[in-house]
Write a protein that binds this ligand. Structure first.
Ligand code: FES
Length: 758
C-alpha cells in the first residue's frame, strides 16, 4: 500500500501532543483547509477532518464499521493483559462499537428509557442534586467545579438512570478515569498494570451490581429495563451484553457529560458577554448548550474501520484501514458553520454539531446530557452570576477522544450572592427543553435608534444592539421576528423583512405598515416604536434566499412586500447582475422606500399605481431559462403570479410567504403512515393526529425546526422512496415533482410508507 507523498503536517500529526490536547480543531485546521483526509504514520490511522466527509462516514455504518471505536489505541503489554484476565475482564461489544445486524435490534430494544417523555421524570432528581452541590460551596467564594460538582453530579445521575445504588462513588470515579486512559490514552508501561487493576475492579463491580439488580428487576433504571427486556428477547439482550453495557453506560453517561459541562463553563466564562447574556435571559440556555457542544464538546474524535475499499473526500482508502474521524474539527468546518470559530450562543444551526455522532450510532443519551447541562447552567447563572475563572493552566487526561479540563477553578465574592439579598434567587427560572433546542427560543435585546415615517402608515425603524455589540450578519431576503409585548417569552411575534444595508454590522432596519386588520403585531410596533425603547427580536433568518449566481433577476413587490425586494435589488446592483424591479402600490403616497429605490435603481425601477390606473401585467413578463423571479406582496398578487408562472421555466418563481393555511392538521381527514429511517435503522409509525416532526422527536431523532407551519424550510428531510404529500409553501413546483425533499413539520405521505435519509 502506498500512502506517499505524506505532507510535513501529516507526518507530524500526533493526537497525544499538547497541541491536540489543548485544542483539537485548531490543531488540525491545516487539514480542514488543505488536506481533509490524510494518513498519519505516527498513529497508523487515516485522519478525516471535514463535516461532510465525517457525516457520510457516520451515515454508512456498514462500510465504516464502529467495531474499533473502543479498541485500545495503544495495545497493552502481556503483564497488563494478564491482570485484566485475572478479573475475568471480558468487555464485549456495546451499542457504541457493535456492527449490524446485531446492533440495531439491541438499540431498538433498549431505547425507550431515552425518549423525551421518559427523561422528563429525571428532571427533578437532576435539579435537586445540582442544588445540593451548589449549596455546599456557594459561601466559599472559590471552587474547583470539576472536583466539587461536575464529576459527581453526572455520575450520580448516571447511576440513578442506570438504576445503580449510590455507593462507592470515589472508587467508581477512579475506575472511570482508568477506563478512559485504558481505551483512548497512551498509558506509560509502568502505568498499564495499575490501570488494568482499576479496569478489572470496575468490571467486577459492574457485575456485582447487575447480579443485585437481577434479584429485583422491577425498578425504573435502564439496567432493570434491560433485564426485563431480556426475558422478552433473550437472544437480543444477552447476559454478557448487559454486563458490558453496565460498565460502558457508566462511562458514557457520566464522563462525557462531566467533561462537556466543564468545557461549556470554561468557554462561557472566557466569553463574559455570553455568560452575562445567559444570566439575563435563561431562555438562551438550550441553544447555548448546543453551541458549547459544537465549539468545544467533550468528544474530540471517533474511530471507524473501513470494511471495503472506499473513497473519502477524493482519497482512496483501502479495506481494513483505521480511521480517526475528528468530529471536533467537523464542528469548526466553515462550509457547515458560518464564521465557525466564532462562539455565538444564538447560532441557528448549532445543533448540527456532530459531538453526539449521527445516524444509527448517535449517542442515545444525548438528551439526558442536554438536560443536565441546561440545569447546571441555569443553577450557576442564577445563583453565581458574578462567577469568573481563576487564573490557572488547564490540563487534560491525555487521550484521543474524550476531552475536558481536569480542574476548573472559579471564584466569586460570596457577599454578592443574589440569594443573600433575595431568597427567591434560589428558585429555578429556566424551563428545561428536553431534546434539540428550537431557534424560536433564542432572542436578542435591541434598542430603537430611530423611527422615520416613510409612507402613509409605514414606519421605518432602525434597531441597534442593546449592548453596542455587532449584530449577526444578514443576507437579502432575511427577516427578524419582533417579539411583541410579552417581555420576551415569545407569546406573540411578527416577522419583518430587513431592508437596510447588510454591511452595517451595528443596525437592522425594518419598515412596518400599520395594518387595518392587524393581528396586533403592526399596531404593537407602531405604538412601541419610540427612540430608546427596548425590544426583543429573534433572527435574522433567511427563508427567501437570493440565488447570486442568477444571470437575470426580476424582482416583484406589492405594497410593503418591497422590504425584502429592496435588499435584493441593492445586492443585485452590487454584484452587477442584470435586474429589474417591479413595484406596485395603491397610491404613490402609500409606497414605502420609493425615493431611495428611484435614486439607487433609476430606469431599472418600474412602478404601477392603482389610482393612476397602471398595473403590472404578469402574463406579459418574458421569463427565460436564465431568469429568476423573486416576489413578495399580498396574496392576491402572489396568486396571479403563480398562475402566470405556469408558462415559465420550472422553478423560475420564488415567493416569500409569511402565512400558510396548508399546514393545519385535521386528524379526521388524515391517514397514518410509516417512515423508515435509513441512516438510523428505525421504522416509525406516524399516526393521523401527529406530524412527522413530532414522531421523529419522540423517537429521539434530531430535526431542526423553526416556524412549524411549512413556511421556513428548516425542517427539511431527504426522501429516498415513497410518495410525498407536500403541505409546505417552501418548495418550488420542480422540487415537489422531484419527490426528494419534504418538510417534516407539515408534509405527509400519499403512500403507506416513506423512506427517509435520516
Ligand atoms: Fe418551518 Fe417546517 S419548521 S417549514
Amino acid at each position: 500500500m502506498t500512502r506517499c507523498p505524506i505532507s510535513h503536517q501529516a507526518a507530524e500529526f500526533d493526537p497525544f501532543s499538547d497541541g491536540y490536547q489543548q485544542d483539537p480543531p485548531e490543531y488540525v485546521r491545516w487539514s480542514r483547509e488543505q488536506e481533509p483526509v490524510f494518513w498519519s504514520p505516527k498513529l497508523g490511522y487515516w485522519v478525516v477532518t471535514r463535516y461532510d466527509d465525517i457525516k457520510a462516514i457516520f451515515r454508512d455504518n456498514l462500510t465504516f464499521s464502529p467495531s474499533i471505536a473502543l479498541e485500545k489505541i495503544t495495545p497493552t503489554g502481556p503483564e497488563a493483559n494478564a491482570v485484566l484476565a485475572s478479573y475475568g475482564f471480558a468487555l464485549n461489544r456495546t451499542l457504541v462499537n457493535e456492527d449490524e445486524p446485531a446492533h440495531m435490534p439491541r438499540r431498538r430494544a433498549l431505547m425507550d428509557p431515552f425518549t423525551p417523555e421518559a427523561l422528563a421524570h429525571h428532571e427533578p432528581m437532576v435539579r435537586n442534586l445540582t442544588r445540593d452541590y451548589v449549596d455546599r460551596f456557594i459561601d466559599d467564594g472559590r471552587a474547583d467545579l470539576v472536583d466539587q460538582m461536575l464529576w459527581e453530579v453526572p455520575l450520580t445521575v448516571a447511576l440513578h438512570f442506570l438504576g445503580v445504588p449510590e455507593e462507592d462513588m470515589d472508587t467508581l470515579r477512579r475506575y472511570s478515569i482508568a477506563h478512559t486512559v485504558n481505551t483512548w490514552g497512551r498509558p506509560r508501561p509502568e502505568q498499564q498494570v495499575e490501570v488494568a487493576h482499576a479496569v478489572g475492579n470496575f468490571w467486577q463491580y459492574a457485575g456485582k451490581v447487575l447480579d443485585k439488580m437481577r434479584e429485583d428487576p422491577s425498578g425504573p433504571g435502564w439496567m432493570q429495563y434491560g433485564i426485563r427486556k431480556q426475558k422478552e428477547l433473550p437472544e437480543v439482550v444477552t447476559d454478557s451484553y448487559l454486563h458490558s453495557m453496565m460498565m460502558a453506560g457508566i462511562v458514557a453517561a457520566h464522563e462525557t457529560t462531566a467533561n462537556a459541562t466543564a468545557n461549556a463553563l470554561k468557554l462561557l466564562l472566557q466569553h463574559p458577554d455570553a455568560w452575562r447574556d445567559l444570566c439575563d435571559d435563561p431562555s438562551l440556555i438550550p441553544n447555548a448548550v448546543e453551541e458549547c457542544l459544537r465549539h468545544n464538546g467533550s468528544i474530540a474524535a471517533w474511530r471507524r474501520l473501513a470494511t471495503k475499499d472506499v473513497t473519502i473526500g477524493g482519497i482512496d482508502i483501502p479495506a481494513g484501514s483505521k480511521l480517526l474521524i475528528v468530529t471536533s474539527s467537523a464542528n469548526h468546518d466553515q462550509h457547515q458553520f458560518a464564521d465557525a470559530d466564532f462562539f455565538d450562543i444564538r447560532r441557528e444551526n448549532a445543533s448540527d454539531q456532530l459531538t453526539f455522532g449521527y445516524g444509527a450510532h448517535q449517542c442515545m443519551g444525548k438528551n439526558l446530557a442536554r438536560m443536565e447541562m441546561q440545569i447546571f447552567l441555569d443553577e450557576l447563572t442564577r445563583r453565581l452570576p458574578h462567577m469568573r475563572l481563576s487564573a490557572q493552566k488547564f490540563t487534560y487526561v491525555p487521550n484521543t477522544s474524550f476531552r475536558g479540563p481536569e480542574h476548573l477553578w472559579v471564584e466569586w465574592n460570596p457577599a454578592m450572592n443574589p440569594e443573600r439579598a433575595h431568597a427567591s434567587a434560589r428558585e429555578a427560572r429556566a424551563v428545561v427543553r428536553i431534546g434539540e433546542p428550537s431557534s424560536h427560543a433564542v432572542s436578542r435585546a435591541v434598542i430603537v435608534e430611530s423611527v422615520t415615517p416613510c409612507a402613509e402608515r409605514v414606519a421605518r425603524v432602525k434597531l441597534v444592539s442593546a449592548d453596542a455589540r455587532t449584530l449577526p450578519r444578514w443576507t437579502p431576503g432575511s427577516h427578524i421576528d419582533v417579539i411583541c409585548g410579552d417581555g420576551g417569552n415569545g407569546v406573540a411575534s411578527r416577522q419583518y423583512s430587513l431592508c437596510g444595508d447588510p454591511d452595517d454590522r451595528y443596525a437592522y432596519e425594518i419598515a412596518v405598515l400599520l395594518e387595518t386588520e392587524s393581528r396586533g403585531g403592526s399596531a404593537w410596533v407602531h405604538a412601541h416604536a419610540r427612540v430608546g425603547a427596548h425590544w426583543r427580536i429573534r433572527g435574522p433568518r433567511n427563508h427567501f434566499r437570493l440565488d447570486e449566481t442568477a444571470r437575470k433577476l426580476v424582482l416583484i413587490a406589492g405594497g410593503i412586500g418591497i422590504t425584502p425586494i429592496s435588499a435584493m435589488a441593492r445586492r443585485a446592483r452590487a454584484l452587477g447582475i442584470d435586474y429589474e424591479v417591479h413595484y406596485s402600490g395603491r397610491t404613490r403616497g402609500s409606497m414605502a422606500l420609493l425615493d431611495d429605490l428611484r435614486a439607487l435603481h433609476g430606469e431599472r425601477l418600474r412602478t404601477y399605481v392603482s389610482d393612476e390606473s397602471t398595473r403590472n401585467d404578469f402574463a406579459a413578463l418574458s421569463i427565460d431559462a436564465d431568469t429568476l423571479v423573486y416576489a413578495c406582496g399580498p396574496s392576491r398578487m402572489l396568486d396571479a403570479l403563480t398562475a402566470a408562472s405556469a408558462y415559465w421555466p420550472d422553478d423560475a418563481l420564488k415567493i416569500e410567504h409569511f402565512e400558510s393555511t396548508l399546514a393545519t392538521l385535521d386528524p379526521s381527514t388524515e391517514h397514518a403512515f410509516d417512515v423508515e429511517l435509513r441512516d438510523s435503522g428505525l421504522t416509525l409509525h406516524v399516526p393521523a393526529d401527529q406530524t412527522l416532526l413530532t414522531t421523529l422527536r419522540r423517537a429521539n431523532v434530531d430535526v431542526q425546526s423553526d416556524c412549524e407551519e411549512g413556511l421556513c424550510g428548516s425542517c427539511e428531510v431527504r426522501v429516498l422512496e415513497g410518495e410525498i404529500d407536500h403541505r409546505d409553501v417552501v418548495l418550488t413546483k420542480g422540487e415537489r415533482q422531484s419527490n426528494q425533499r419534504m418538510m417534516a413539520c407539515c408534509s405527509r405521505a400519499h403512500s403507506k410508507k416513506l423512506i427517509l435519509a435520516l
